[in-house]
Design a protein around this ligand. Sequence first.
Ligand SMILES: [Zn+2]
Ligand SMILES: [Zn+2]
Length: 258
Amino acid sequence: MGLRFASLGSGSKGNGTLVASGDQCLLVDCGFTIKQTERRMLRLGMSPADLTAILVTHEHSDHLSGVAPLARKYGLPIYLTPGTLRARDIGKLPQVHLIEGHQPFVVADIQVTPVAVPHDAREAAQYVFRSRGSSLGLLTDLGTVTPHVESHFAGCDALVLEANHDPQMLAQGPYPPSLKRRVGGAYGHLSNQQAAGFLQRVGYEQLQHLVVAHISEKNNSLELARSALAEMLESVENCIFACQQDGFDWLTVEARGY
Ligand SMILES: [Zn+2]
Ligand SMILES: [Zn+2]
């Protein structure tokens, strides 16, 4: 069996993704309180005590707020970039591993490749995971898809991809003008159309799972995201939409046998 993954919740009110291989399990980001994290993990048949480590993508509170408290309570190592570590004072941590540049590293038996993304954070990294002949890309919280991003995320067997907003709903929505500019800008979040364009360019026929994630509750609707991604929904084996409350249940990436 290849990689397995699941989500504790996805969106601007909190994120957390589990990536597992064999009996090892990583938590990528934690934007929930300890209580919430325990409850959400229990729903997926896990406890934070089962985790091998926590990886952090960037310092925004929907990704970072729960990381340090959870790491302290359960004595978990944390992997993050120097920029993310310096961006906030998150207090004493049991064990910190700084990610060097864009160097792949190995945690348990999972190979992790950090990929720099344009986002309004100090040193944001998204990740590609490889284990036992299968690969999974997590790609949220970026305002632009760069050639660098495309080259790293092309060919993944499974993908969690941000489709944050519909530009028209964002423009007409409740956010103040400065926040609208931030979200829709080059260092903000991907729109439905940007997500679709990315998939068209890198290809999606090989995907076993496409999880549409970090969907804005205020500036997007499932209907609009579905229609922008209609082509992909038709041809990808399994296509689902992650939600803020429930995230999504465990999915397994089958090894391709290379
Ligand atoms: Zn976020
Ligand atoms: Zn962010």
